[in-house]
Design a protein around this ligand. Structure first.
Ligand SMILES: [Zn+2]
Length: 138
């Protein structure tokens, strides 16, 4: 049911933790699995210098956050904005259809952290003009 890569990232997630004085923090959740995902970004000269995450949720949510952080680490803000959940799913060699929303959560968490960074620095990030941080339900 789960690919080797999903299992591997679930058992051995990369970039777990918090960043003190993070430049951007994004927190999202979904009611379907009860997943809560928090992403911390350290940004310097438009580059994602460091990224960490804390995810409480199902295995797919943890694997998705782990893979998503790997995909944006060291990349530019522009590249991070362009990261789609589809790219995360592909990098994981697929997710079961009922678990695809967990990868959407990873995309949203990153966008929301970038949005937070933009708000704090009073800048506009191309591609996030229409972004609306979603309130998560508890
Ligand atoms: Zn989930």
């Amino acid at each position: 049911m789960y690919s080797e890569k999903v299992m591997e990232h679930f058992r051995n997630p990369r970039n777990v933790g918090e960043i003190e004085n993070a430049d951007g923090i994004g927190e999202v959740g979904n009611a379907q699995c009860g997943d809560i995902m928090k992403i911390y970004l350290k940004i310097e000269n438009d580059i994602i210098e460091d990224v960490k995450f804390k995810t409480y949720g199902c295995g797919s949510a943890i694997a998705s956050s782990s893979m998503a952080t790997e995909l944006i680490k060291g990349k530019s803000i522009k590249e991070a904005v362009e990261l789609t959940n589809k790219a995360v799913v592909e990098a994981l060699d697929g997710l079961p259809p009922v678990k695809v929303h967990c990868s959407v959560l990873a995309e949203d968490a990153i966008k929301s952290a970038l949005y937070d960074y933009a708000q704090k620095n009073d800048i506009e990030i191309e591609g996030l003009e229409n972004f609306e941080p979603r309130e998560h339900e508890h």
